[in-house]
Design a binder for this molecule. Structure first.
Ligand SMILES: Nc1ncnc2c1ncn2[C@@H]1O[C@H](COP(=O)(O)OP(=O)(O)OP(=O)(O)O)[C@@H](O)[C@H]1O
Ligand SMILES: [Mg+2]
Length: 352
């Protein structure tokens, strides 16, 4: 009865880097007791689809090999992109059990996939039972393609781990945010996680996610543009993107390309914000930026200038502390790209 909830490893299988985190509850907060990262070979995961399962499984296996700090094989992983549909729907007010019975039938009209092909989850955002109720309730519907869950579970199993929960990147990000920044009632915060192949957007008001979307661009777009423009191999372009000089090209030569890609990325973000504002009249108070590619030279400044909103770097270690022994990488170096993994590690079996 007073069972301690079981620890899980948060496993963020990114298309460029796998990150794994194990946390321990200490007092009112959390401490990192194990942490590891491993690069994923380019093109092993494309648009969220696992192309080279062997390579991805090997990257996961490498993280745990010889790392005694991880105490469990159970992992919580996540998906994003086109395999995930998140929708806020309004339904007539009903009891929790009535909702549970009718949700598949209700969901059918909102999900662009065969209902038998998805795993469905939902959360009641507003039960509609308050004094201002209009007779409807708001429900957040999450549908994930079973095929994708199968693919991800497959590589995790191949790596000798046990997939226990499959979450969604954007929600893991929100979990990590809440634990580090607390709840700010009445504020709208845009969580923007810029990875290698996708930008996860989650607009959060208080403890509710009011809008999520994954934009299919990110750090890879920079590498590809630099490769093409300066006629370089992937590794050379990748180094240059990070400001590391290479043989035959200077960072200054890459800067105009980088700026041009940032412009096009900002345009995509603009479209997403426009869509959100059209759907809801609320505006947002600040942008909290994470992900490896958010470190692109000038990105934060250009984002700030474009939207006229304060942009803050997401610090996933703001309240989460760490054991030096647990880290095979420097948390400062990892920085905000650990956010999703931290959020996943916060999940517990049986959570909703
Ligand atoms: N200092 C840096 N400057 C510029 N880009 C960087 C820097 N560090 C990492 N990146 C880029 O960030 C990306 C990796 O970030 P992250 O780990 O958040 O992505 P991911 O989770 O693997 O990708 P995704 O979530 O899109 O599948 C890569 O494109 C990498 O080249
Ligand atoms: Mg990622």
């Amino acid at each position: 009865m007073f069972r301690k909830s079981r620890a899980l490893v948060g496993l963020d299988i990114g298309s460029s880097v796998v990150k794994a985190v194990e946390l321990k509850a200490v007092g009112k907060g959390f401490r990192v007791t194990a942490f590891g990262t491993e690069p994923v070979p380019p093109d092993s995961i494309v648009d969220g689809a696992i192309i080279d399962a062997g390579a991805v499984a090997e990257a996961i296996r490498q993280i745990f090999e010889g790392n005694e700090a991880f105490t469990t094989k159970d992992v919580c992983a996540s998906l994003s992109g086109s395999a995930v549909i998140v929708k806020k729907i309004s339904l007539p007010v009903m009891t929790a059990s009535e909702l549970d019975e009718s949700i598949y039938w209700e969901a059918e009209q909102y999900i662009p996939f065969e209902i038998h092909d998805v795993n469905l989850d939902y959360q009641i955002l507003d039960a509609g039972t308050g004094p201002e109720s209009s007779g409807t309730m708001d429900v957040l519907l999450v549908a994930v393609k079973k095929e994708k869950i199968g693919d991800y579970s497959g590589v995790i199993a191949m790596a000798g781990r046990t997939p226990v929960i499959v979450d969604v990147d954007a929600f893991a990000l929100q979990n990590a945010y809440e634990v580090n920044y607390g709840l700010e009632l009445g504020k709208s915060v845009v969580l923007l996680n810029v990875g290698a192949s996708a930008i996860n957007v989650n607009i959060v008001q208080g403890d509710q996610s009011v809008f999520t979307r994954d934009i299919p661009t990110g750090g890879n777009a920079y590498t590809e543009a630099i490769q093409k423009d300066l006629d370089l191999a992937f590794d050379a372009a990748d180094a240059l993107k990070r400001g590391v000089p290479i043989d035959g090209a200077t960072f200054e030569e890459a800067q105009p390309v980088i700026r041009a890609v940032t412009e096009s990325v900002l345009l995509e973000i603009q479209k997403t914000f426009d869509f959100f504002s059209a759907a809801s009249l609320n505006q947002f108070d600040r942008i909290v930026l994470s992900g490896g590619a958010s470190r692109i030279d000038g990105f934060k400044e250009m984002l700030e200038a474009r939207f006229g909103v304060a942009v803050e770097e997401f610090d996933p270690f703001r309240t989460v502390t760490w054991d030096v022994k647990a880290m095979d990488v420097d948390p400062i170096e990892i920085g905000s790209s650990a956010a999703v993994a931290i959020g996943l590690a916060l999940r517990r079996v049986g959570d909703r």
